[in-house]
Design a protein around this ligand. Sequence first.
Ligand SMILES: Cc1ncc(COP(=O)(O)O)c(C=O)c1O
Length: 398
Amino acid sequence: MDSVPFLDLKALHEELGDEIEEMFRACMSSAQFCGGPMVEEFENEFARFCSSRYAVGVGSGTDALRFALIAAGVKPGDIVLTVPNTFIATAEAVSQAGAIPVFVDVDERTACMSPEKLTEYLETHCYHDPINGSTVSKITHKPLRAVVPVHLYGQTADMDPIMAIAQKYNLLVIEDACQAHGAEYFSRKTQTWVKAGSMGDASAFSFYPGKNLGALGEAGAVTTNDEKIASGVRVIRDHGQIKKYLHQIEGFNGRLDAIQAGVLTVKLRHLKRWNELRRECAARYQELISMIAGVELPYEPLWARSVFHLYVVQTSSRDTLQNFLTSKGIGTGLHYPIPLHLQEAYSVLGYKEGSFPVCEHLSKHLLSLPMHPFLTLEQQQAVAYSLRLFLEQVNQRV
Ligand SMILES: Cc1ncc(COP(=O)(O)O)c(C=O)c1O
């Protein structure tokens, strides 16, 4: 058996070669590279895909988060609640918007924001300011403005309770949907399946190449049902311009390139099928791995329909297993090995080992196995075989 790569972007692009080349030629002859009809077409299609009223293309997922926070009304000095088990961009966007990231721990089974921990933080560490109606930190006396749940690994956070808590405490909700293009959530409140990116005040998507919907470089989008947030993001991404050389605010250079929008429009037509293929791969892993002792499979609650951006298992001998799989030519990943609160970059926030025990435990036990739409049965069997070989040896030793 050849090696099993963690991700196979070549197979995906081979399938689309002609369609993408045709789009390149159309883009070159249009000579509209920043903004223009290709960007607008993608924005319309992506908004429809997310069941959201607006999509605004930007330069990356980080831009999308930062611009969404600013356009929704997060101000310098505000507190924004999020999780420590995520890519650093989630917290960077908060601090780059001038706000202060404050973490709450994650749920041990889904690895996403725990609604219970969110409530606990708000009840224990905050008070209600009756003058302006905001929730305020007891320690810093700064106002809490927003919560950013992260839809991790392709699966949404448990949004019903998070939305209810946000409403109770007067917080904006910005979904970090950078890993969840097409993921669905069953709202017990409305008794319907809803799309990631359609629930909060605004949502951020990344189209980094390895995502379920990936550009050929950097790209991102904000989705929202709020016309004001959508037009705010349009201004922020374009140097704060409301028309040429008329700058309402100081903004950013954070536009989506036309050529990336064109690639994304082509790929978006295939996304539903690719997501279904990922779900089939996950079901096959379930069959192949569930009998092996010493490995815990991803948990998909009844309210979630994951698009398996990543297939993340838990095991106690994670590091040695990862080395063993590497020696067998099987690519794996760690999402994420160092929680954000323990990163040097956030030492200023004053957290320490033990601040978020669930996240810390996960960081030592999680292992992402190969996952992409073109993973073959043989490749998955090879992964399962090596897993079994390794874990049987470990289990015999104990
Ligand atoms: C959860 C999460 N948030 C934010 C981002 C940032 O997206 P980008 O790399 O496009 O800036 C990523 C991308 O890896 C992500 O996985």
